[in-house]
Design a protein around this ligand. Structure first.
Ligand code: XMP
Length: 315
């Protein structure tokens, strides 16, 4: 029978046999899958694993620093790369969602490739691919949304072999494996977060100023979801910065500022999703807090669309 403990034991043994003294490189995203993959590989081959964690400037507020610390705490050999400026530059003036995805995906591969070339004798690329990712990329009808996330194209380019220890697992099994290896709960219970990050939650063109506004609003939303014990009850949540300004009033001043949309959904696989029926009082508090604290925002709305026909992300 499958248990997290037996999976860890047999997988670590298999990885040891498969990899021997070979060196492996892996891109960490801050998400559950890549993190669990890293810890498994670390148990098998230790310092022969090098992890690269890229800050594309589109992560949640404080996320890069927080997660990097977690990774170090887990004993991972991790290189943090600050590539914010480079991504902002490449994205300047671009507003088409697919174009933004392509730019972010390519930027990510370029940075990772550069880091990999600084290292010697790398033979393998570790990836946090899980079973649904494989199904998704095989399906003809489903749109392939995660191609860049798993650094597609890199293995051929760099002549690397792929090692994907989670390829037969579902998300809940990955989480159980992570807990079995004593990984922090907050890392394991983290909501899914798209590879292009806030890049597809700042609707339209991206500027560092807009990213900062969104990070501040999103941070309040995430904190309060945790405070009110609602975080674990939804599949995924986040704030979106709409490219819409509207009129408001502050004191006796007229304001003309951005609108934030809040999104929270329940789901089991992200293929279909229902909008989460968060309590009114909670939404009222979040809205007040965002409008009072985040400069540049004077209006908050809640997304009550389900998937299909809406998608979870707005872009
Ligand atoms: P949608 O918006 O298609 O999202 O309902 C379904 C799930 O996929 C995530 N998502 C992405 N993940 N790169 C990713 O790695 C992407 O470009 C991307 N677009 C959407 C989304 O957050 C949700 O979990």
């Amino acid at each position: 029978d499958w248990t997290p403990a037996s999976f860890v034991e047999s997988t670590v043994a298999e990885l040891k046999a498969q990899l021997g003294d070979d060196k492996v490189i892996l891109a960490l995203s801050g998400g559950v899958d890549s993190s669990v993959t890293a810890v498994l590989l670390n148990q098998a081959i230790g310092k022969n694993l090098t992890c690269v964690f890229v800050d594309h400037g589109l992560l949640r507020k404080g996320e890069f620093e927080r997660v990097l610390k977690d990774y170090e705490h887990l004993g991972l050999n991790v290189i943090g790369v600050d590539a914010k400026e480079r991504f902002y530059k490449a994205l300047a003036g671009v507003s088409d969602p697919e174009q933004k995805r392509k730019i972010i995906g390519k930027g990510f591969i370029d940075v990772f490739d550069e880091e990999a070339h600084k290292l010697k004798d790398i033979k393998w690329l570790g990836q946090g691919t899980i079973y649904p990712d494989i199904i998704e990329s095989l399906s003809i009808t489903g749109t392939v949304i995660k191609s860049h996330h798993n650094v597609g194209g890199l293995p051929e380019k760099m002549n690397l072999k792929l090692v994907e220890p989670l390829r037969l697992l579902f998300k809940d099994e990955v989480r159980r494996v992570g807990l079995e290896m004593n990984m922090m709960e907050h890392l394991i219970k983290r909501h899914p977060f798209p590879g292009p990050g806030l890049g597809i939650r700042v609707l339209g063109d991206i500027t560092p100023e807009k990213v900062e506004i969104l990070q501040n609003a999103d941070d309040i939303y995430m904190r309060m979801l945790n405070e009110y014990h609602l975080y674990d009850q939804v599949w995924q949540a986040g704030a979106i910065l709409l490219p819409v300004k509207s009129v408001g009033v502050m004191g006796d001043e007229r304001t003309y500022e951005f609108t934030i949309a809040l999104r929270a959904v329940t789901s089991t696989d992200a293929m279909t999703a229902d909008w989460a029926h968060l309590p009114y009082e909670f939404l009222a508090k979040v809205s007040n807090e965002i409008i009072n604290k985040v400069k540049g925002v004077n209006r908050v709305v809640y997304d009550i669309s389900s998937k299909p026909p809406a998608t979870i992300e707005w872009e």
